[in-house]
Design a binder for this molecule. Sequence first.
Ligand code: T6T
Length: 330
Amino acid sequence: MNRKITLLASTLAIFAAASLAAPQLTLAQAKKTIALVYGIKGDAFYVTMEKGARAKAEELGVDFIADGPSQWNPALQTPIVDAMIARKVDGLVAVPNDPQAMIAVLQRANDAGIPIVTTDQYIGDGDYTGGSVTFPLSYIASDNFGGGQLACESLIEGMGGEGMLYVLVSTANVPSDTARRDGCLAAVEAAGDGVTLAGVDYTQSNATIATTQTQAALQKNPEIAAIFGGNLFSAQGAAAAVKTANLAGTVKIASFDAPEQAIDDLRANVVDIVIAQQPALIGATAVQAVFDALNDNADAIVPKVATPFVVITRDNVDTPEAQAAIYKDK
Ligand code: T6T
């Protein structure tokens, strides 16, 4: 073979090897994508969860996308999860809108080989190691029962251990809020006969509905001394009704969730205690778990994680810890 032909042959060989190797290299190095399907659009709790999840994804060097329904409704959330499956995301963090109705679509994601972690809510009975649904890898959320109990213990103390309490939570089948309701009712029960319950209303996570319900409850039971607003919009609506009725300071309010509005209401003596969840931490912990699953590090994944609260009152609202716990709305 003359020199020219030898050169050409070896160039072709290198080119062929490179073009064979190139796709493999791209595949091996392709950035993974982790998706978050959150509970509902425009809720500062989920805006903050998304921020924490995105920051963790950036730190870990994975792509991140997020989407969620405009209303709390499994029929609207299901196609969003299906779209993530069709898009072939590598891992999924989901806030299921219903513990039963969201099982089928998440099962489809799991069948497509997508590791799943649920945050804030669970599917089945929430026991992913021995319960009715076990394919999600982890359930990461606040200790909602404990938070509801703590909020209502604090309200009862503020009422001097007696009087009537009114409870608002989002819906009757959302695990987070039913646990908060039950925690609050346990505190009422433990307080003895001096504390009575005006009732429990379900606000559908809608502040306007919560305001109307609170106005009706205050009219029916003018002796209501305290209100447990069991999620962001429930507390926001209750605070608006109490302000309009000129009862700020007379009727005590506990806000589960810490948007800016709750902090303004705390400073204005309308709200007395704010239970801040840590949605950014919840989102970040979930992305880490999905990343671990994608990197053969399943041993690092804990099936159930309860994240702590920051309890904000007028005494500590200006501390760095309390300020850092306030939710972001964009
Ligand atoms: O309280 C949060 C969340 O934990 C709950 O599951 C639904 O409502 C919020 O998103 C606040 O609006």
